[in-house]
Design a protein. Structure first.
Length: 359
C-alpha cells in the first residue's frame, strides 16, 4: 500500500480560507502544476492586497536567496495596507543537497528547537515559527524533501500544499468550464478528446483552448473535428496512433509517426517508455475484458475518461495476447541492448516497430 500523502486535501483547505478571507502567514506550494500554483497565488494576492498599492506590498525573490534577505523582506512594514506578501521561488531550502554558502541555510539539518542566532539556518527556522502578523510568506518549489526541517516547520506553523497534474476526469470538467468562460461550449466527449490530445499541464491545455476558440470564431460549439484540425498532439496521443498502425501491420505509418515525434524533439527514452506503457495497458485491458469488465471499470482502473477507455478496449481487441506479450518481451530485450551500449535507442524502437508490424 502506498504511503498516505500528508498534504492530500490541503488545496481544498487553502481554497476555503481564500473564500472566507482567512489568509495565513506561511505557505509552501510545490508540484508540477504551475498553472494552479500561479492561480492560487493570484487569489491570495487579490484577497490581501489593494490593487492600488500592490507594487509596494509584494516582493518576489527568485532562486538562491539568503535567510537574511527573506527575513528583511518579511519584516518590512506594509504601505497603506494591513498585509504584505513575499513570494520566494526555488530557494532550495526544502531540498537536500543545497550547500551552505553565503549564509544560506543548511536544509538538511533537522530542527532541534534551537534558539541561537548567528547561524543563518537557525535564525530563519526560528523566524518562520513566529512571523510578523502583517506578512504572508509563500515558498514555491518544484520538489521538496518531506523529511527536512523547513518542511516540518511550514507544516506545523502554516500550510504545505501539493499541486500535481490533475486527473483526466478533473481536466475534462475544467476544459468545459474554461470554454464557457471563453464564450464557447463543447461536449464531454470532445473535452475528453482535448485532454487526451494534450500534455497534462493546464497551461498547455489552455494554450490549445485559445487556439480552438480563435479557430471557431463566432461559432459557439467546439467540435471533435476542430480538435483534430487545430490541436498539437501530445506524445501519448501519437503513441496511440503508432500502436494502431502496429495493430494494422502498417510499419511505414508507424515509422512515420516515430519520425514526427523525433522531429518534435521528444526524448527517445520517453518515447520508448510511453510505447512500453501502452502495451502494458493493453495487456491489462485485455485481461479485464476477458474477466467480464466493462468500459466504466476499465476507465476507473486506468484512470482515464470512459471515452479513452473505449479506445483502449478497441485497440486491445485488435491484438491477440501472444502479440502483446511478444511486444513487452521484445521491448525488454531491446532495453537491455540499449543500456549495455549494443544498440542506439532510436534503432531499438525502429526494430520493435519492424518486429511487431511483420505480417
Amino acid at each position: 500500500m502506498a504511503p498516505k500523502n500528508p498534504y492530500a486535501g490541503n488545496d481544498k483547505i487553502l481554497w476555503k480560507s481564500i473564500k472566507e478571507n482567512r489568509i495565513g502567514k506561511l505557505y509552501l506550494f510545490f508540484g508540477a502544476e504551475e498553472y494552479l500554483i500561479r492561480n492560487y497565488c493570484e487569489h491570495i494576492e487579490k484577497t490581501i492586497l489593494d490593487e492600488e498599492f500592490k507594487v509596494l506590498n509584494k516582493t518576489v525573490l527568485n532562486g538562491k536567496v539568503t535567510p537574511a534577505q527573506i527575513i528583511e523582506n518579511c519584516r518590512t512594514s506594509p504601505v497603506f495596507s494591513d498585509r504584505r506578501m513575499v513570494i520566494v521561488r526555488d530557494s532550495g531550502l526544502f531540498k537536500s543537497g543545497k550547500k551552505k554558502d553565503d549564509g544560506a541555510a543548511d536544509p538538511v539539518e533537522k530542527s532541534k528547537g534551537t534558539k541561537g542566532r548567528g547561524k543563518g539556518g537557525d535564525e530563519l527556522a526560528e523566524f518562520l515559527q513566529d512571523l510578523p502578523e502583517h506578512i504572508c510568506l509563500v515558498f514555491i518549489e518544484k520538489e521538496i524533501d518531506k523529511r527536512l526541517k523547513y518542511v516540518s516547520i511550514v507544516a506545523e506553523h502554516g500550510l504545505v500544499v501539493q499541486f500535481d497534474y490533475r486527473k483526466p476526469a478533473e481536466l475534462t470538467e475544467w476544459v468545459i468550464k474554461r470554454l464557457r468562460e471563453m464564450q464557447h461550449d463543447t461536449s464531454p466527449r470532445t473535452a475528453a478528446m482535448i485532454v487526451d490530445y494534450c500534455e497534462p499541464s493546464m497551461d498547455d491545455i489552455l494554450n490549445e483552448l485559445n487556439k480552438l476558440c480563435a479557430y471557431a470564431g463566432d461559432r459557439r460549439m467546439i467540435k471533435e473535428e476542430d480538435v483534430a484540425k487545430v490541436c498539437t498532439r501530445s506524445i501519448k496521443s501519437r503513441v496511440f496512433d503508432l500502436t494502431d498502425a502496429l495493430a494494422a501491420k502498417r510499419s511505414r505509418t508507424a515509422l512515420a509517426i516515430l519520425n514526427d515525434m523525433v522531429a518534435l524533439r521528444e526524448p527517445m527514452p520517453r518515447i520508448t517508455f510511453m510505447i512500453a506503457r501502452q502495451f502494458r495497458q493493453l495487456i491489462q485491458t485485455k485481461l479485464m475484458v476477458r474477466d467480464g469488465a466493462g468500459r466504466s471499470e476499465i476507465a476507473s482502473f486506468l484512470k482515464v475518461p470512459p471515452f479513452i477507455a473505449e479506445k483502449v478496449m478497441r485497440q486491445a481487441a485488435s491484438f491477440d495476447m501472444s502479440s502483446l506479450e511478444k511486444a513487452v518481451a521484445t521491448g525488454l530485450e531491446l532495453d537491455v541492448a540499449v543500456k549495455s551500449g549494443r544498440l542506439k535507442d532510436r534503432a531499438a524502437v525502429e526494430l520493435l516497430i519492424t518486429s511487431l508490424s511483420a505480417k
